[in-house]
Design a protein around this ligand. Sequence first.
Ligand code: FAD
Length: 300
Amino acid sequence: MNIFNKILVGTLLLVPKPVVRKFANRYIAGDKLEDAVEVSKKLNDKGIMGTIDVLGEDVFSEDDASRAKLSCLSVLEAIDKHKLNANQSVKLTSLGLKIDLDFCLNNLTEILTAAKSYNIFVRIDMEDSSCTDDTIKLFEQSHEKFNNCGIVLQSYLRRSFADTEKLIKIGANFRLCKGIYIEPEEIAFKDKQEIRNSFLRILKLMLENNAYVGIATHDDYLIDGSYRLISELKKSSDQYEFQMLLGVRESLRDKILKDGHRMRVYIPFGTHWYQYSIRRFKENPQMAGYVMKSIFTGGK
Ligand SMILES: Cc1cc2nc3c(=O)[nH]c(=O)nc-3n(C[C@H](O)[C@H](O)[C@H](O)COP(=O)(O)OP(=O)(O)OC[C@H]3O[C@@H](n4cnc5c(N)ncnc54)[C@H](O)[C@@H]3O)c2cc1C
């Protein structure tokens, strides 16, 4: 990211929310569950699977966490009712990870119990490094009772290779991504190529050990590397899937699908869209530039 883009991204935090919202629309399905259902149906019609996420994180009150749990339960009901080819993604801090671990585990257990009754899979997203140990701990405890849940590992974390070795032993189902939070160098690779190398090293370990992996990236280099590993290890297309975010690199998404691989798109919805959108803009500073331009030109 050059210095100009860095300044733009920093300045973005001062931008009026309605302007951010205009540009966020491409990354989120909408405010309501019906919006996520509609987007899911359209993707399903193209042969693309979905994973629906109720936006929200860093909840510090039990009432808010209970409300987030109820929203997750409504998503499961909707997936079942509309027969969507979709599963659910959840962030444990929205269910009370930072309040109390047992309270959070109870919320997660309620979600997994309902999901199991509908035969729906639940992916536990990975948040910043202050959550890694607790997220893995609650995943391990849940996995003992539920086979319909999986976890995310981030290739920028130096610990992730060892976490993979450990979680493979319990038969974990993974999503592998680079990682989106800003982490200190002592625990995280900072160099772009090092993060890529770590990604492919971990992916190889997962695939060699017959773990199911959601390969979550829009990076051509990693997609090419994943294609190579899939071919070398003679993986059939039901042993992994590619995953992308809503609104990002749609032509690449269609190409991967056309190449015969399974594709799942992350479909976030809800009123807590602001933090999610700012993270997406930081990933793509060009967007921050468009937002700033629209402020000065009134969006014309
Ligand atoms: C399905 C899915 C689930 C994820 N879950 C998690 C999670 O649980 N925890 C976590 O920490 N991270 C998660 N991430 C985010 C991930 O860690 C990366 O931050 C993100 O995917 C960007 O990395 P990349 O591999 O796509 O490579 P990049 O090098 O960032 O992107 C490659 C190219 O894709 C394009 N691109 C990338 N992002 C954008 C964007 N926002 N807008 C427009 N174009 C863009 C650009 O052309 C860029 O050059 C998830 C990502 C996906 C796809």
